[in-house]
Design a protein around this ligand. Structure first.
Ligand SMILES: Nc1ncnc2c1ncn2[C@@H]1O[C@H](COP(=O)(O)OP(=O)(O)OP(=O)(O)O)[C@@H](O)[C@H]1O
Ligand SMILES: [Mg+2]
Length: 437
């Protein structure tokens, strides 16, 4: 059967073979008996920094002993590059690092390594795909860190299925988890993504691992964003920003400047906002293009913003502010390939669309922050002070924020050089097209 009659998905059925007990039992090196909660000693959760600040940040402060980390992302986005750089940094601090490459030969890896300037006697490269052999080497070498590039290429001879299949990935990931927990070694696993952007293989893979890091960004552009999707040892939603250069991925410590082009205001269809990702605020530019169409089904294209949110905002603008989009294609794009998921981006999206539809640029140096409700009202957003301060730091002169936020500002941010424009409804915001700043 190729299709599961229950969930309707293809190729998700897994053949389970009964094997003898000894080989099927996982290598269990954990404490054998139940212990009282009070008797558990935490010790210190040791986090080893790899000295790539942006990577340490998304890992929640550093690499946790015995953790299994999954790194996913589009082909060619830089997964092998970042992990090789990390391996080099740790190997330079006298940690033995085992880099298992199942996809590339040792020579290919060496060529990349030369370009990145990595090396060192503690960095061990192991071109192998058979899980049992990898396990043997890990037991033999007991490295301080293991990197598997990639989980889809590894296969166990015990499972009668091709590499990359659901049962292989499940078995290999499970074994690596036991190794990580049993030997207290951090294991990094690279995972491919499918066409729709999910990590290939069973969803279970993401449940099983401790941390999931995801590379996003435009492979053709220079900037890459590493996002924490799941983390058992730290906060999620944190991002690390990198620039791809010939000598590898270089950290962008202050990402604010890289996603905008000047202070806006010259062209229609562009609005700038401050977004908060994890602990940092930075400014991003939302661009829009509204063009007439003669087709009965107008197109809605969105890069970086949730498409269903765009539909909602278009409906609100049509109903509450009288702008019609039924015969217009609408394209929305967040510059730099970054994804903005928070509702605080609504106002900037609405302003960018309106600016393009009316073909009027927004005033220069203006930032838009606010969630848009279904009645067209502008709703309060969190951490407004941080956003305003970031806007000022980047040289913007005016910040349009929800009226409700102004009333609640307990400590008004230092006013020097920044003007706050409170708005109640999207119609008030549209009046800004005529404003002289
Ligand atoms: N000389 C160079 N200068 C700048 N960037 C380069 C250079 N050579 C390669 N790159 C970048 O490195 C990327 C490949 O990185 P890497 O092999 O780490 O990606 P990956 O995510 O591991 O890909 P895959 O899924 O194929 O394993 C290329 O897409 C390119 O952007
Ligand atoms: Mg690779």
């Amino acid at each position: 059967m190729g299709k599961c009659p229950q969930c309707g998905e293809w190729n998700t059925l897994v053949e389970e073979e009964l094997t003898d007990k000894a080989s099927a039992a996982p290598i269990s090196m954990r404490e054998g008996k139940p212990i009282s909660f009070d008797a558990i000693e935490i010790g210190t959760l040791y986090k080893k920094r790899c000295n790539i600040g942006e990577l340490d940040r998304v890992l929640g402060g550093g690499i946790v002993e015995g953790s299994l980390v999954l790194v996913g992302g589009d082909p060619g986005i830089g997964k092998s590059t970042i992990l090789l750089q990390m391996a080099h940094n740790l190997a330079s601090s006298n940690m033995r690092v085992l880099y298992v490459t199942g996809e590339e030969s040792a020579v290919q890896l060496k060529i990349r390594g030369e370009r990145l300037g990595v090396g060192g006697a503690h960095l061990l490269i192991y071109p192998e795909v058979i899980l049992e052999k990898i396990k043997e080497q890990i037991f033999f070498l007991s490295p301080g860190l293991v990197i598997i590039d990639s989980i889809q290429s590894v296969f166990s001879s015990r499972i009668d299925a091709p590499p990359g299949s659901v049962s292989q990935i499940r078995h290999c990931a499970g074994t690596l988890m036991e190794i990580a927990k049993g030997m207290n070694i951090p294991v990094f696993v690279i995972g491919h993504v499918t066409k729709d952007g999910w990590i290939a293989g069973p969803k279970m893979l993401e449940h099983l691992v401790d941390t999931v890091l995801y590379f996003e960004g435009d492979t053709s552009g220079a900037f890459r964003v590493l996002r924490t999707v799941k983390n058992r040892f730290g906060p999620t939603g944190e991002i690390g920003v990198f620039e791809m250069k010939a000598n590898g991925l270089v950290e962008v410590k202050d990402p604010s400047g890289v996603f905008i082009h000047g202070l806006g205001g010259d062209l229609s269809g562009s609005a700038v906002m401050t977004t908060i990702e994890g602990t940092r605020a930075f400014v991003v530019e939302v661009q829009s293009l509204v063009s007439r169409t003669t087709f009965s089904m107008p197109k809605r294209i969105s890069i970086g913003v949730d498409l269903s949110r765009i539909s909602v905002l278009l409906a609100v603008m049509e109903k509450r502010a009288g702008l019609a989009f039924s015969n217009a294609d609408v394209v929305i794009s967040v510059a730099g390939g970054i994804k903005v998921t928070e509702p605080a981006a609504d106002l900037a999206v609405v302003m960018a669309i309106a600016s393009s539809a009316l073909d009027k640029p927004l005033p220069k140096g203006m930032i838009f922050i606010g969630e848009v409700g279904l009645n067209g009202e502008i709703r309060a957003v969190s951490r407004i002070e941080t956003r305003i301060n970031e806007a000022r730091k980047m040289g913007f002169s005016t910040v349009t924020i929800p009226d409700v936020n102004v009333l609640r500002l307990d400590k008004p941010p230092a006013k020097a050089g920044i003007r706050l424009v409170p708005v109640v409804h999207i119609k008030d915001a549209f009046d800004l097209f005529e404003a002289k700043v």
